[in-house]
Design a protein around this ligand. Sequence first.
Ligand code: AP5
Ligand code: MG
Length: 213
Amino acid sequence: MKIIMLGAPGAGKGTQASRIAEKFGIPHVSTGDIFRANIKNGTELGKEAKKYMDQGQLVPDELTVKILLDRVAQDDCKNGYVLDGFPRTIPQAEVLDSELTKLGTSVDYAINVEVPDDNIIGRMSGRRACLKCGATYHIVTLKPKKEGICDKCGSELVLRDDDKPETVKNRLSVYHDQTQPLIDYYNKKGVLKEVDGTIAPDDVFKAIEEILK
Ligand code: AP5
Ligand code: MG
């Protein structure tokens, strides 16, 4: 099963993708997490990506597409995956489609997690992220068992560099310009599913389970 998560920054793509991955036994592939891991490890890729991410801009397609295609070519992706944060532009979606066509397959579901901009800023300032395993928490709505520590891997939780309100505003505007057109793109392909992302995370997941049943 190949699933794409669509939605604005902070809509809950990562939160839901990680649950889908766990329930269906497929990898959760987040381009944002891959970039953040590279930034943390000081790689050349990380240095390049950070220039864009800190401004709330997209990392150029050439870089992003290569990383994503390398990742999904790995053995653990052979039975499918859930993509979180990719594609983010029409050209990225077109490359993915053409690569999948070569393999005789296609995207099964593009799930759009719908949350209005007004809800997003508050969510982001309360988010705490694990840079080691990619798990995401919120200081009010989704607390870790022990404050500041990841439930899954025990690492320290941090406020992401790009979660400052100014940067979040840029990310939202980039989203509307470059990523929102993908909703229409996948609708035309007949694989688009919409879920309300403003309800509690457990209820969002129930709606997704209904779709994937
Ligand atoms: P990326 O890491 O993908 O960030 P994003 O799309 O901006 O999305 P977020 O991770 O911020 O939000 P999310 O939807 O995953 O929400 P979450 O589940 O954490 O990308 C970061 C940057 O990398 C980009 O800006 C770009 O520069 C670069 N990049 C990445 N991919 C790229 C690509 N393909 N092309 C080019 N550049 C790329 O939830 C948010 C918060 O809300 C959490 O605190 C969570 O606990 C809480 N929450 C979740 N669900 C709910 C709910 N239902 N109710 C209440 N709170 C909730
Ligand atoms: Mg995320």
